[in-house]
Design a protein around this ligand. Structure first.
Ligand SMILES: [Mg+2]
Length: 244
């Protein structure tokens, strides 16, 4: 039986909530760039009412949902959706069109600075170092982390930004793009990720094996064949040793 199963030669990794805990990063990023913008706009002294009074954080979040619904082709491109939302609100607040564009762009630069202030789990560097000697590695993310801005980039010569492809996971395309660049058939690849819907299901459907980091305690009743539940990325080497 085991002889019918291809050996694994390639691993694809989700990033957020797989290689680091992303919740704190997103809270700090969301608040940090919006506070920065609020202060910058207050210094322009256009209105007595502050930007954050006219558009509290919740209004910014609602605006992003509206923009996303209005622009279905941009689905998954969260960076664009944010910048467009900021641009609209800044215009409505009273900035001239060019100023609104400049400040929306500057706020997104701040967003990206906060977004990359993240700390991978302490085991991750050594784990990737070791795995990269035995497997071809790739990253597949829906998030707007630019892997080249992280020290982890050296482990991931192949990094697929699914949002920028306008095909966020669970779309199969980012997985297929990664496999093509890895030169690996799905049967010889394992995907490692935390989301049942965005990582486990699409990868399994393609015939990849999946290490599911059950970070959110989802525990569905039936775990399909070829899906292996882990509590933490640190358990991955033991799983791979068991499978080889
Ligand atoms: Mg994730």
């Amino acid at each position: 039986m085991t002889s019918l199963i291809s050996p694994l030669t390639a691993l694809t990794f989700d990033l957020d909530d797989t290689l680091w805990d992303n919740h704190g990063v997103m809270v700090a990023t969301e608040n940090g760039h919006y506070d920065w913008l609020d202060d910058a706009i207050a210094r322009l002294d256009i209105q007595r009412e502050r930007m954050s009074e006219r558009f509290p954080l919740g209004a910014y979040q609602e605006r992003r949902q509206q923009v996303a619904q209005r622009e279905p082709l941009r689905r998954g491109d969260f960076t664009w959706i944010r910048q467009q939302s900021l641009l609209e609100m800044l215009r409505e607040y009273g900035l001239r069109p060019q100023d609104a564009e400049d400040y929306a762009a500057a706020a997104m630069e701040q967003f990206m600075i906060f977004r990359h202030q993240l700390t991978p789990y302490p085991e991750v560097e050594a784990l990737l170092d070791e795995l990269s000697q035995r497997y071809a590695l790739a990253a597949i993310t829906n998030g707007n982390v630019q892997i080249t801005r992280l020290s982890l980039a050296r482990h991931f010569p192949i990094a697929i930004a699914a949002g920028e492809m306008l095909a966020p996971k669970p779309d199969a395309r980012p997985f297929l793009a990664a496999l093509a660049r890895l030169g690996s058939p799905p049967s010889q690849a394992m995907h490692i990720g935390d989301s049942w819907r965005e990582d486990v299901l699409p990868a399994r459907r393609l015939g990849m094996r999946v290490a599911w980091i059950d970070k959110h305690g989802e525990r569905p009743g039936d775990i399909p064949d070829g899906v292996f539940r882990l509590d933490h990325i640190r358990e991955l080497p033991a799983l791979l040793a068991r499978l080889s």
